[in-house]
Design a protein. Structure first.
Lengths: 239, 216
C-alpha cells in the first residue's frame, strides 16, 4: 500500500506584486523520501520552502504538511517541520548549549542536560558547547541549527541549500544525518542551484523552472550527465 | 526569553551602556538649560524626570527586537510552535527590568544633579514610577515588534509610541508633582487609577495582538 504524502503541494502560485514567482507548482513527498529541488537563482526555491514552512502564504493553490494546510493551520504545520534556512537562527552572544536550550524551551521541550549534550554530540559540537556562537564557522552554525531538530524530532525537514558553506567533513556528516532521518520515516525537501551532495541524498530530483516543476524524476534513473543536461534544458532556459 | 535577553545584554552591554551615557548627557543638558534657579526647577522637575524616562525608554524599548534580526532569529520565533503571547510577556518582562535599571540610575542622578532629597518620598515615587513604567513598556514592546521589520523603524517607533503615551505622561507627571511636593498618594488617586487602567488595557492589548503582529 502506498502511504499518503507527508508533503502535498497542489497548484501553488505565489506572486510578489506583479512578479509571479511560483505558478501552478505541484509536488508530493512521501515519508522516508528526500526530494532535491534544483533551480536557477530566483527560480522560487526559497519561496517554495517558505510556503511549506508557513513563513509566507500562497497566493493560490494549497500546500499541506502531514495533512495540515500551511495557510490555514500554520501552528499544526510548525509542530511537524524543521527549517534550516540560509540564516541559522542562532544568537551570536549565547553559547551553543544556551542556544539549544533557548530554542528547545520555546518549542515547549524540557531537555535534560544529557539530552542536550547528546544533541550537540550528534552534530559533533559537544566540545564547543560552552563557546559563544560568535566564534563559530558557518558550518558549525549550520550544525547547531540542525541540533535543534535532533531534540524536536520533526517529521519533515526543509533545507535551503544545506551543503553550502560546509567543509568536506561537515558535508559527509550531513549526508549521513539526512540518510538516517529518511530511514526513520522523515520526509526531506532541499533546494539547490548546484549539483552538490544534495543529489546523493535525494531519492528524486525536481527541476523548478518557470514557476513550476518542469521535471520530477527518480535520481537513480539519471546519470550525473543527464541531470546537467536536463537542468540546462529546463532551468537555465527558463531563466 | 528574559534569561536569553539578559545573557545577550550582559555579554554585549550594548543597550545599558548607551542608555547610561544618554541619561548622563540628558541631565547635563537639563542642568545647563534650567540653571540654578530652584523655584523654576521645582515646577519643571516632574516633567523633566518623565521626559528622561520617556527618552531613555524610546532608545531602550526601540531596540527590543534588534537582537532577533541577527541571523534572522525573528523567523525562528515565528516558527516556534505554541502561544506567541509568551514571547511578548517575556520581552515585556525584560523591558521592565531594563527600565527599572535605567530609571533607578536616572533617579539617583536627578537627586545628585538637582540636589533633591528623595529618601522620604521614595515609596510613593516608586508606586507612580512603577505604574507609569508598565504602561510605557507594554506599548513600547508591542510597537517595537510592529516596527522591527520596517525600514524606517527608528522614525516610526517614536511616532507611534508618543501619542499613545500622552495620557500616561500626563498622569505620571501630575502624580509625580504631587509626590515631590510631599502630598499623600491619596490626593492623586484619580491619576493613579488612570495609570492602573492604562496598564491593564495596554498589557491586555499586547498579549492579545502580539500573535498578529508577529505573523504580519
Amino acid at each position: 500500500m502506498v502511504s499518503e504524502p507527508l508533503i502535498r503541494v497542489t497548484g501553488l502560485r505565489k506572486t510578489f506584486g506583479n512578479h509571479r514567482v511560483l505558478d501552478g507548482l505541484d509536488l508530493d513527498v512521501r515519508a522516508g523520501e528526500a526530494v532535491a529541488v534544483l533551480g536557477a537563482n530566483g527560480a522560487g526555491k526559497t519561496t517554495l520552502l517558505k510556503v511549506l514552512a508557513t513563513l509566507t502564504r500562497p497566493t493560490r493553490g494549497t500546500a499541506t504538511v502531514a495533512g495540515h494546510d500551511c495557510a490555514k493551520d500554520p501552528e499544526l504545520v510548525r509542530r511537524e517541520i524543521g527549517l534550516v534556512a540560509h540564516s541559522p537562527y542562532v544568537y551570536e552572544d549565547l553559547t551553543a548549549a544556551e542556544n539549544l536550550t533557548f530554542w528547545a524551551t520555546l518549542a515547549g521541550l524540557r531537555p535534560s542536560a544529557a539530552e542536550r549534550t547528546g544533541a550537540l554530540a550528534t552534530v559533533e559540537l559537544e566540545r564547543a558547547a560552552g563557546e559563544r556562537v560568535r566564534t563559530f564557522s558557518a558550518g558549525m552554525k549550520r550544525r547547531l541549527s540542525l541540533a535543534r531538530f535532533v531534540l524536536a524530532r520533526p517529521r519533515v525537514l526543509l533545507l535551503d541549500e544545506p551543503f553550502t558553506g560546509l567543509d568536506q567533513r561537515a558535508k559527509k556528516w550531513l549526508e549521513e544525518h539526512l540518510a538516517s532521518f529518511k530511514a526513520g520515516g522523515g520526509a526531506i525537501v532541499m533546494t539547490s542551484h548546484s549539483f552538490g551532495r544534495e543529489l546523493a541524498v535525494a531519492d528524486r530530483i525536481a527541476i523548478l523552472a518557470g514557476g513550476a516543476i518542469a521535471l520530477d524524476t527518480p535520481r537513480g534513473a539519471l546519470s550525473a550527465a543527464d541531470v546537467h543536461r536536463l537542468y540546462a534544458l529546463h532551468a537555465e532556459d527558463a531563466s | 526569553m528574559v534569561w536569553k535577553d539578559f545573557l545577550v545584554e550582559r555579554r554585549s552591554k550594548e543597550t545599558l551602556n548607551s542608555l547610561f551615557f544618554f541619561a548622563l548627557l540628558l541631565l547635563f543638558v537639563f542642568q545647563f538649560a534650567l540653571g540654578p534657579d530652584r523655584e523654576r526647577l521645582a515646577g519643571t522637575l516632574p516633567g523633566l524626570l518623565w521626559l528622561g524616562f520617556m527618552l531613555s525608554g524610546l532608545l531602550g524599548l526601540g531596540r527590543t527586537f534588534v537582537v532577533e534580526r541577527e541571523n534572522d532569529c525573528w523567523e525562528g520565533l515565528l516558527l516556534a510552535p505554541g502561544d506567541k503571547s509568551a514571547i511578548y510577556v517575556g520581552k515585556l518582562a525584560g523591558n521592565l527590568l531594563l527600565m527599572v535599571v535605567i530609571e533607578t540610575v536616572l533617579l539617583v542622578l536627578f537627586g545628585f544633579f538637582f540636589n533633591l532629597d528623595l529618601a522620604g518620598i521614595l515609596p510613593a515615587l516608586a508606586v507612580v514610577i512603577a505604574l507609569g513604567t508598565v504602561a510605557l513598556a507594554a506599548v513600547g514592546t508591542l510597537f517595537a515588534a510592529m516596527t522591527a521589520q520596517v525600514r524606517a523603524r527608528e522614525l516610526l517607533f517614536p511616532v507611534l509610541l508618543l501619542p499613545v503615551q500622552a495620557p500616561v505622561l500626563l498622569a505620571t507627571v501630575k502624580a509625580t508633582e504631587a509626590v515631590l511636593l510631599g502630598e499623600p498618594l491619596g490626593s492623586v488617586a484619580h491619576w493613579l487609577k488612570l495609570l492602573a487602567a492604562a496598564d491593564v488595557v495596554y498589557v491586555a492589548v499586547g498579549v492579545l495582538t502580539f500573535d498578529f503582529v508577529l505573523e504580519a
